[in-house]
Ligand binder design. Structure first.
Ligand SMILES: [Zn+2]
Length: 346
């Protein structure tokens, strides 16, 4: 048996890798792992890697084991990277207005364009939905860190930008220090994504609940009828009659208890945890728009994102929900950019 093949450590590593969305093949003396990119970066390993063999021994005190332990015990591990792109769109932004960003009212004109850099967070969340059955999986969400706007599709295209990852201690100061708001936006969006992903599962639980409740009601209806009919039996003593009557009286409460049990059985509890964060510094084209609404004008800074190849969405200036359809509103002599719901509530 080769060095570094402690079965307990191998099983710890393979469980952890699977939990974080990787694939493993367990051999007697090592594990062949296919790691998700973020985890590979965190562990400082290639995406396809053997663990526990001669090259990457899994021993107490070995760097790989230390990093695995940090992943298992720490908060969501975060890696930092940078994406530079060979080409940033130079013109034609006006055509994207009405497509990537729709202003439902007012006039919009592109004023200036500049090259800049901004930061995004790609958060990987793990979910476990527990009910009569168990479902689990991973979802990823991309969020613009400065605004909290959810950039749909970013989570699947960032790899094409071939990021260069910063070693720990060498991360440049461009990343905002406070991340709570961005993480909560990402988690919120992950929750929506998970509910969509689980729609079939949630629907099937609802249908099974409905079916079982219906069957239970029918069963108690039939039972009640049967017991009522038996009351007229000629040989029934008064005592037996009273006993049956009281049983009939108890039926509704008994049925309600059974229905409550069924509701508990099919109730779906969804737990979502952030399990890895990737923060990217990305070269972007920053476009200034001039928005005119009634007699007011205002500049609005928008981002052309080279990874998604479109303008990033904005956020509603009241509720901070991500929007691509923008409802300008005149508030205290200035233009506010709102979502449909906030615009209706004014
Ligand atoms: Zn709003």
């Amino acid at each position: 048996m080769s060095q570094g093949s402690d079965p307990e450590l191998l099983s710890f590593a393979s469980d952890l890798i699977e939990q974080r969305g990787g694939l493993v093949e367990c051999l007697p003396d090592r594990v062949l792992a296919l790691l998700p990119p973020v985890l590979a970066e965190t562990l400082g390993l290639p995406e396809e890697t053997p663990l526990g063999g001669e090259e990457t021994p899994l021993l107490y005190g070995s760097p790989v084991l230390d990093r695995l332990v940090a992943v298992a015990t720490g908060q969501a591990p975060v890696v930092y990277g940078q994406i530079g792109v060979p080409y940033l769109k130079k013109a034609g932004f006006g055509e994207l207005i009405g497509h990537d960003l729709i202003f439902v009212d007012g006039q919009v004109r592109v004023a200036t364009r500049a090259e800049a850099r901004t930061t995004y967070l790609v958060l990987t969340c793990r979910y476990v939905a527990l009910s009569d059955e168990r479902k689990e999986g991973l979802v990823q969400v991309g969020v613009h860190e400065a605004s909290g706007a959810v950039v749909e599709g970013l989570e699947s295209v960032w790899t094409e930008g071939q990021p260069h990852f910063f070693p720990s201690g060498m991360v440049p100061p461009h990343f905002p220090v406070k991340l709570e708001h961005v993480v909560s936006c990402a988690m919120e969006s992950a929750r929506n994504g998970i509910e969509q992903e689980l729609a079939d599962f949630l629907g099937s639980m609802r249908r099974r609940l409905h079916r079982d409740v219906k069957n239970t009601r029918e069963y108690y209806e039939a039972l009640k009828k049967e017991m009522e009919a038996s009351l007229s039996h000629p040989n029934l003593t008064e005592g037996q009659r009273q006993e049956r009557l009281s049983k009939i009286m108890d039926l509704p409460a008994e049925m309600a208890r059974k229905v409550e049990d069924l509701k508990q059985k099919y109730q779906v509890d969804i737990t979502i945890t952030a399990c890895a964060g990737l923060r990217l510094l990305v070269a972007i084209a920053q476009v200034m728009l001039e928005v005119r609404f009634r007699k007011l004008t205002r500049s609005v800074r928008v981002i052309w994102n080279p990874l998604t190849r479109r303008l990033d969405p904005l956020v509603c200036e009241r509720c901070h929900n991500t929007i691509r359809k923008i409802h300008p509103a005149a508030t205290d002599q200035r233009i506010e950019l709102l979502c449909f719901r906030c615009a209706q509530r004014r």
